[in-house]
Design a binder for this molecule. Structure first.
Ligand code: PLP
Length: 458
């Protein structure tokens, strides 16, 4: 390994007085005092750290660098747009890249999702969807229809309202939320289903639970069901085969809006621009997206909204009912230009590549199930979760040292792979440009990392 020549900026960043930056998700005792590893550069599927290590970027940043790092076409687009129109306010004006992107998205979104509100990322997209739902029900004279239904195991963001929807273990231990607005259903992960239920019976139980909730609260009080088609940050949790379709049908029967949170699953991770219809066979009322829409080169997200919802708003007889909602960086021309170019790159072979290589990725990672520490490898396309168990055959297989994900990450890094640790799991979602031999390298590093972790735990 060659010692890298660090820039002055990087050298400064490594000095001990660098603790002004509050990092995401520290524990209380280390808040403002956590020296994290510095990532100094990146290329295609690799990142390089402060000591010059070359690591496969297993999570593609945070499920986002879909076209890979250091893409010349996206860098040029960023530069060119900044040098032509740098910014225009979304409150009183519009700009051509935003109008064009809206058209491109509407053409690709399922069903009648013909309208889009552009935001700055995933949390602001889900937050916008919720505020739009509230506005919609106020305007159509149903102000009592405000409850939001989400699931255990979900992640929808870090603003107050979106975080209130989250349902992963520890999401709410130390944080407040708008719990009065939210009802949570059971996590639809078959791996953790009750031992006495088949997957089919578990699916029936989940749908029935929603039906009972509607009966208990009253359809007139429930505004929307918010769901990731695959619960990504919960550990790539795949629901039973017909669950999403059945939940969608229940929503339609009860005038409850179905919001598909596709912040992770859209823009190529499952081989399609949007996955709701192409992969899961459902047409939501709204789709939220972010991350892969710009491959992480610019913070941008949005919410696709159905024609039906728009038609109802247009029918409203409240001429002064304003949707007072907007972000300074909504419809940002640089972000929109990058998104347009990014979608061109995806459609110019990368989606097809992801569809072709996805099964190989899944097949290779599933070979890790032979390791005693691995309880399940699951996923679809280019997203996978590896869940560790103490002993798959033990009475309580989930009773495990919870630093296991971090340990796997540590050992994988020694073998050239960065993974995203999640308590007893790690999730993988590499850039879509990954090839077969790189998938082999990744699997090999994971195998070594998990074996070394098993040794630690003896
Ligand atoms: N929704 C989902 C499904 C996500 O995975 C995330 C982030 O990981 C978000 C929303 C929030 O997006 P952001 O971090 O861009 O605000």
């Amino acid at each position: 390994m060659v010692e890298p020549a660090l820039s002055q900026l990087e050298t400064d960043a490594l000095r001990n007085d660098r603790f002004h930056l509050i990092q995401a998700a520290p524990v209380a005792g280390s808040i403002g005092a956590e020296a994290r590893e510095l990532i100094t550069s990146s290329e295609d599927i690799f990142v390089f750290d402060q000591s010059g290590r070359k690591l496969i970027d297993g999570p593609a940043g945070m499920w986002c660098v879909n076209v890979g790092h250091r893409n010349q076409a996206l860098a040029d687009t960023l530069h060119d747009q900044a040098m032509s129109l740098t910014y225009s306010t979304p409150w009183y004006t519009s700009n051509a890249p935003a109008e064009k992107l809206a058209q491109i998205l509407a053409e690709r979104a399922p069903g009648d999702l013909n309208h889009v509100f552009l935001t700055t990322g995933g949390s602001s997209a889900v937050e916008t969807a919720i505020r739009l739902v509230q506005f919609y029900n106020n305007v159509r004279g149903q102000p009592q229809k405000k409850l939001l239904v989400s699931r255990q195991g979900s992640y929808h963001g870090s603003t107050y309202l979106t975080a209130s929807l989250n349902g992963r273990p520890r999401d709410h231990d130390w944080m407040d939320g708008a719990s009065e607005l939210v009802r949570k259903l059971t996590c639809p992960n078959p791996f953790h289903r009750p031992a006495n239920l088949s997957v089919e019976a578990f699916e029936d139980f989940l749908v029935d639970e929603f039906r009972k909730l509607i009966a208990h609260e009253g359809a007139g009080r429930i505004a929307a069901f918010v769901a990731e088609p695959i619960q990504a940050s919960g550990g790539v949790l795949m629901s039973p085969p017909n669950y999403l379709k059945r939940m969608r049908a229940l929503c339609a029967e009860n005038d409850i809006l179905f919001i598909a949170d596709e912040v992770v699953t859209a823009f190529g991770r499952l081989g399609h621009i949007f996955a709701s219809e192409d992969v899961f066979g459902i047409q939501p009322d709204m789709i939220t997206f972010a991350k892969g829409v710009t491959s992480g080169y610019f913070p941008l997200g949005g919410v696709m909204v159905s024609e039906r919802l728009f038609a109802e708003l247009r029918r409203s007889n409240h001429p002064n009912a304003n949707f007072v909602h907007g972000l300074t960086y909504s419809s940002h021309p640089i972000g929109c230009a990058v998104a347009i170019r990014n979608i061109e790159l995806l459609e110019d072979g990368l989606l097809e590549h992801a569809r072709e290589i996805g099964p190989y990725f899944q097949e290779q990672l599933r070979t890790l199930e032979e390791l005693p520490l691995v309880g399940e490898v699951r996923g679809a396309g280019l997203m996978a979760g590896i869940e560790c168990v103490a002993d798959a055959k033990a009475e309580n297989p989930f009773d495990l040292d919870l630093t296991v994900g971090k340990r796997i990450d540590f050992h994988c890094q020694e073998n050239g792979l960065l993974v995203r640790p999640l308590i007893n799991m790690c999730v993988m979602s590499p850039p879509l440009t990954i090839n077969r031999s790189q998938i082999d390298m990744m699997t090999d590093a994971l195998r070594k990392g998990i074996e070394a972790t098993a040794q630690d735990l003896i």
